[in-house]
Write a protein that binds this ligand. Sequence first.
Ligand code: ADP
Ligand code: MG
Length: 237
Amino acid sequence: MLSIKNLTVEADGKEILRDVNLEIGDTEKVVLFGPNGCGKSTLFKVIMGLGDYKIKKGSIEVGGKSLKNKSVDKRVKLGLGYIGQKSAGIKGLTLDTLMKQYDFTYEEIRKDVEELNITEFLDRDLNYSLSGGEIKRVELFTLSLLKNLNTYLLDELDSGVDLENIERISKYINRVAKNKSIVLTTHTGSILKNIDVDTAYVMLNGQIICKGAPKKVWECINNQGYEKCVTCDSRLK
Ligand code: ADP
Ligand code: MG
């Protein structure tokens, strides 16, 4: 269970997240919608303890344990896995090496490698000289090496990925994250075609203003745009 209560966050003296409340149950799959700049990526980074953000108020807990003052690797040990919009390349580190460091034999990871179609990237420097879509597949694979993860935070995993590969990564996520919680963001909604999400939230100006059934919320956004959310009768107070 990932539990966020009254989370208010600043960066550079500017309030970016305001009183965010989110409860994500074990195995619950959640999509977070919102226009550019509303604070989605900031929320993910703050959950992971990344970036230069100041928590003014509120709490984040995983499995009842507070994340306050916890390093990024402690958060990963508590079960949080994250794929951000931008991924740093690491020269000199290949997936082959990484896999061995985690004591996996090729036989043990073969299924994942084949499903993600990343065989040809195994001996390449991590996230170097790969296209945006290829990086996403490689990143998903690296999460699979961390068997303790209980929550996947996936920030725009489908952007820059062609349709065939969106289907590929969606199927893969359905298999490996079946018993995990997922929070994902998407602008195109294309990843939702193959991943069944339980709940949708909408964020505007750093606040969660809507919670609902994913298909219904997505339809509303597509038909009316986010501007309508501002005056929506069902807006959360
Ligand atoms: P989203 O992912 O929803 O598009 P972000 O979380 O990336 O939005 O950004 C939310 C807002 O906060 C944007 O206006 C962005 O410019 C601002 N912001 C994010 N991180 C910082 C930072 N470290 N310093 C100053 N402003 C930031
Ligand atoms: Mg973002």
